[in-house]
Design a protein around this ligand. Sequence first.
Ligand SMILES: C[S@@+](CC[C@H](N)C(=O)[O-])C[C@H]1O[C@@H](n2cnc3c(N)ncnc32)[C@H](O)[C@@H]1O
Length: 300
Amino acid sequence: MPTAIYGSPPRDVIEPPAGAIQVSPLVPGSQDLAAIAQASLDEIAVLVPPGAVEARHVLAQALRALRPGGLLTAAAPKDKGGLRLKKVLAALGCEVAETARRHHRICTVTRPEDLAGLQAALAEGEPRQLADGLWSQPGIFSWDRLDPGSALLLAHLPALSGSGADFGCGVGWLARAVLTSPEVTDLVLIDLDRRAVEAARRNIDDSRAALQWTDVRQAASSLTGLDFVVMNPPFHDGGVEDRTLGQAFIRAAAGSLRSGGTLWITANRHLPYEAALKAAFKSVRPVADSGGYKVYEARR
Ligand SMILES: C[S@@+](CC[C@H](N)C(=O)[O-])C[C@H]1O[C@@H](n2cnc3c(N)ncnc32)[C@H](O)[C@@H]1O
């Protein structure tokens, strides 16, 4: 019987089941847990994501995929959902054994016979259309509203032209605006989150758009001579603030642009991106500073 793992829990918190296939949407190339046949897994280990709706959904999907009596080991850091983990699994109909290790709560359960208790959690975490018609899913960055940093960029973004990319495209807010310019010839949308790429695919019905489920830091080396890049770069890696991620996005953008090409970037104003922009670009122009966010135009 196959086994699976969701995410990359520290090995001294959960030992991955032997031969486990990866099912996290944040690992490009992994399998979709929702597409794994019901009652087909012997064992699954889950590093539970921090969002409450997303966490319930992933745990319900994991239980659905297990054969009756199959084993789920779930762990979460104490301050990122670990303290509620036992209660969440009990509400899904499981008898829970709980331990603690390395600031994580670790729960083990066997799949309950009756899966009826999973239905609400399965439904509430599904992809869905928001009021404005955009597809999204709990767990995607700012899944149910336009992020204020992206809103500030959209308020200042001019009509762009030529060939470009949207680094960390999410569900496609920036791409949708960029593609309103008829002068844009093609746009590559890249995101590490499969759910975001799938939502963006539904949201961007435009033959000029190409979507890639991959890590910008790797994909950028195959993109050259671009006229523009737009981005609201991530600053969390695995739930932990990581300022080097945005700086790597800036260097990746500089490497992908032609001389004279432009980067339009928005970020929380506390993030130290100005030095990275100045190091990689010929000129850097602050465009807006409002509501805790900053927008820059940087010319290569
Ligand atoms: C701050 S969000 C911006 C999303 C979208 N552009 C918007 O405006 O709503 C950053 C996005 O980058 C994605 N991301 C994080 N790390 C990444 C990586 N290494 N490569 C590609 N995308 C990444 C996240 O999944 C997230 O969708």
